[in-house]
Design a protein around this ligand. Sequence first.
Ligand SMILES: *Cc1c(COP(=O)(O)O)cnc(C)c1O
Length: 388
Amino acid sequence: MTNKTGKIYLSSPQFTGEEIEFVNEAIAQEDIATNGVFIRQFEEQLENRFNSPYAVALNSGTSAIHLSLHLLRVGTGDEVICQSFTYIATTNPILYLGGTPIFVDSEKDTWNMCPLSLEHAIKNRLAKGKKPKAIIVVNLFGMPANWPEISRISRKYDIPVLEDAAESVGSKIGDRFTGTFGDLAIYSFNGNKIISTGGGGALLTNNRFWDKNARYLSTQAKLDFPYFEHMEMGFNYKMNNLSAGIGLAQLAVLDERIERRRGIYDYYKKHLEMLPGISFLKEPQGYFSNRWLTTMVLDPSMTGFQASDLRELLLSEGIESRFLWKPMHLQPMYRSASFFGSETAEKLFIDGICLPSGSGLSNEQLNRVIHVVFRLHKEVAWNAEKSV
Ligand SMILES: *Cc1c(COP(=O)(O)O)cnc(C)c1O
C-alpha cells in the first residue's frame, strides 16, 4: 500500500503472512463464528501477555466500552467523568446508556486526565449531591495516564475507573501493562491500531464476576436452556473466529511492532527537534509508551507556521497526517456538557499534529516527511528575511 513514490498513510496495518494461515484453517474447519477455537486461545494469550486475570475478546473497542459501563451499572441520568481529550468512541457509550458525561482536562506530562481537575470535578459533583458513577481515563497515543494519582483518587472517593487502553496495547509503567490499571479496561484491535484483527476489541478485568457477566451479556444473555431463554437484555458483541485467528498472528509480533513504532518516534525526534518551536512528548520516569502515533507540537510564534499549514503541505505531497483529537468539550454534540480544567487539551488540539507512524514505514519514507517539515521551515524563514 505504501512505496517510495506512492502515498504515505498515517497508520496502515502490517501483516506477517501468518494471518492467512489462521483464516484458512478457520474456513477449512467451518469454524468462523463467535464460539470458534481461536477465540479462547486469543483471550488466554491476552491474559498471559499482559498479566490480566481475565480477558474477553469482543467485536470492537467501542462495544467493550459500552459493555464495561453497563457492568458498572451506568444508567439513565447517571454522571460519568471522562477525559475530554480523546476519540469519540470513548464517550459515546455514556450516551448509549442515557448517562451524562462530565469532561475533565488533560495534564501536560502525559496529555491524559489531569488528577487535580479530576478531584475538582468529583468534589463539585459531590457538593451538588450527585456522586459520579464511573471515571473513564484514556492512555492517548500510547502514553500511560498518571495511574498512581488516578487510582489514589478513585479509591479515596470510591468511584470505579474504566481504563480506555485502545491506543496503548503493550505500554506500561514499570512492569505493569496498561489495561490492568482500571477496575475494567479495554483494548481495540481496529484497522489502524498497533495490532489489528480487522475490527475487534477486548475487555480486561481482575474481577471474576465481571468476566463471567461480560461473556454472558456479549452473547445476547442466553441462558443455559435447550431453547432460547432470556432474563435480561444482552448484546451481540463477541469477537468472531476469523478475527481471533488474525489476532493470534498479530499478537505474536507485538514486541517488534512496538520496537518499530518507538524507532519511528526516535527518528522523527532526532531529525526535527533541532528546529525552533518543535517539541515531542517525553516519557515520564518509569513510563514506557508503545508510541502508537508520533505526535509533534508546534509553537507557531517560533516556527512561523501552524499545524494546519504543515498538514496541507504534507497532503499535497501525498502524505497523510492528522490533528490531535479535538477535545470532547469543544464538540458541537457535547456543547452543553460540564468541563473541569483549563486549556491544555485545547492547545494540544490547535498546535499538535500526528505524523505517519505505521510500523511498516521505511526510513526513506520518514525522510520524505522530514523533508516537507524542513521545506516549510525554510520557506517561512526565507519569507521572514525578505520582509525585513
Ligand atoms: C480506537 C479507539 C477506540 C475504539 O475502538 P474501536 O475498536 O474502533 O471501536 C476507543 N478509544 C480510543 C481512544 C480509540 O483510539
